[in-house]
Design a protein around this ligand. Sequence first.
Ligand SMILES: [Mg+2]
Length: 250
Amino acid sequence: MTIDTVIFDMDDTLVDWSACEITWGELADSLLDVIAAYLSGEGYEIPERTAVHKQYMDILIAAWAHARETGQAVTIGNIFEQCLTSWNVPLDMMDAVMDVYVEAGGVGIIPGVKLYDDTIFVLKTLKEEGYKIGLITNSMSPMWMRDVELKEYGIIEYFDARVTSGDVGYIKPHPAIYHHIMELLDTDSDHAIFVGDRPNADILGANRVGMASVWMKPAHIDYELGEAKPEYTISKLEQLLPILEREIER
Ligand SMILES: [Mg+2]
């Protein structure tokens, strides 16, 4: 089969999280502090800090557990709707809260996170060779929020289509999100290859739609393959290029 399309996962596939300087929890804490201060300033009685943070984490953990069970995506809008409801804040404050979230650093590059040293080289080479390039990320953020990072990294122009699970409504490994991007890219599973680091999401999803896959397994990644079956395994992104040059074995 001739591969004409390469679809990437984002985090830990194109973007290196190995030296991330803060945890998800710390980032969430700092955003929640700003949001709680804003809502208090607007006259709402927000619970004390520990309770706010616990409610948020409980809502988030339950939402992702439900997503993994059903394949249905988590959205940031839904998470904050549940938070506002639990704090007795009317939902017509959602837009303002989302603005505060963005202003407070909820979008953009997280300190210490960076591109791999060959990410731009690989994307540029693929583009020059005429491949269509797609991106699917399991993220509760809408794509416009993740696009802020792609712009800051200077790689947004390489992608012909980009989707987050939050936008599509399904998370990898659900087939629907793969079919969605194949439609956007005007390709099919015989002509596309998926590159991702998480076997139980990226690779399993590709397996389910009959798409060839490459497991990106840099040194800091330590996942079990489980039932996922990648055709190829690489530890550096540039190792993808010679794979694409030969006939893809299926
Ligand atoms: Mg990833």
